[in-house]
Design a protein around this ligand. Sequence first.
Ligand SMILES: [Zn+2]
Ligand SMILES: [Zn+2]
Ligand SMILES: [Zn+2]
Ligand SMILES: [Zn+2]
Length: 567
Amino acid sequence: MNSETRQCQNCKKDFTIEPEDFNFYKKINVPAPTWCPRCRLIRRLSFQNTWNLYWRNCDKCGEKTFSRYSPDQKIQVYCPVCWWKDDWDGTEYAMDYDSSRPFLEQVKELVEKTPYVSTNNLHSSNKNCDYVNSTGWSKDCYLTFWADYCDNVYYSTLINNLKYSSDCIRGYYSELCYESIGFSKCYRMFYSDECDDCIDVWFSRNCYNCQNCIGCVNLSGASYCIFNIKYTKEEYEKIVKDLDLESWSKIQDLGNRALKFWLTKPYRAYHGHSLNHNVTGDYVYTSKNSKESYILNGGEDCKWCQLITVAPIKDCYDYLGWGDNASRIYEGVSVGANADSICFSNECWPDVFNLQYCSWSISGKNNFGCVNLKKKQYCILNKQYSKEEYLILREKIIEDMKKNPYIDKIGRKFYYGEFFPLEFSEFAYNKSNAIRFFKKTKEEALAEGFVWDDSEKFNGKPTMKSSNLPERIEDVDESILKEAIECINCGRTYNIAKGELDLLRKLNLPLPHECPKCRENKRFERMTMPKLYDRKCDKCGIEVRSSYAPDRPEIIYCEKCYQQEVF
Ligand SMILES: [Zn+2]
Ligand SMILES: [Zn+2]
Ligand SMILES: [Zn+2]
Ligand SMILES: [Zn+2]
């Protein structure tokens, strides 16, 4: 089969479907997509809201609940206790299929009338994690989002097996880390980017297997180095003492110095490591035969997979979050924890099999077009059928969907084989995960059929300015827990959490002067976005695919030059 160029139904730009793609679509028995890869990714992202949380009341018990849905949204939202209770399973909302109307129009009725859970945590697997979202198998975590198997973690996201840490993104199998992104198997890692197997490393980038290093770049197996200069243990300890890593203002100065030093040393064209085989994309680790992905851990035979934080996944295309043993996922959003053969579905986990057009089918098997349905199989529109009835009706609906598509409000057609229309998402564009990776103005988003939310969250009056915070943690007492601190950057107020204070004391680090939102935004700015550019290697000049745009200040090397010069 040859590659084919088609016009994206959404952005009207041409995109290519490769022979390998056709093989995949054939293998899982779905038609080729009508939207281009970029539009498909933005569509999936618009169905998630990991980072914008609100207070609203449970529509069942009335209790105040931490929620991904704003209080103005006119949908039913239950608190986790009410939603996960066994006194309902979703079949109460069962509908008969009406073959005279588009099928997805009927699914939308279920989207509008079934109750959603306020946060998408694997509720029963978490302990003492009241203020988390998209989290499972974790304990004692606070304002931590998209986390699995974590313990005592604060203000962190996209993490897995992280312990006693705060303010991190993409941290895996590590402990006692602070204000760091992209690290694995590290112990005491501070203010650093993209390091693995390190101990006691500060302000460093791209270091592997290093110990006791500060401000270093591209080192492997080093110890007692400061700005890439080797010292004796005694000299190092003396300099560390003079650097005064306990002081807030010294830490700011050192951070700025390190950033300037980082820019003098080459960057690999993409974020990944040499354990990959035949991959393209960015932030790809321990993967093989996987293309055009972004944050992929342990992928095999995958394409266009994003935010896969828990390995492994296999045979997946267009899959956004989060893995933990998933296979044959296509156009899936927030699917994982033993998931197999899931298409055009969101929020389906754990132990799910053979679902299509499902939203919130929890531990479901063989369901089609079901919404907020728990532990059921052979259901269509939340109605229970026998296996034989189910298979016959499912085939009939698929044939109907091929002839009678859902048409959205701006005329885009959704035949069988497309993910849900944008208007099925519960989230405004600017509150969804899409805004994090693809900036759009309100006008652009509305023109493309997204919703926009102008509301601002309530913010309390400050009781102190962050500029008046003590310079060192040793000068902080418990009364700080009662203060509403004004963020030095955005002016919003924030608090210090008890566990956060205990951790900072343990690490001997000063209190943060910015609110958690500003800190999180700044960390994301340290990462590249899911877009690849064609540019040249700054050393040998060959063409490379890189997430660093050609006009950025970093020195970018192709894999060969990077390995020759660095490792
Ligand atoms: Zn497009
Ligand atoms: Zn409730
Ligand atoms: Zn702020
Ligand atoms: Zn090169």
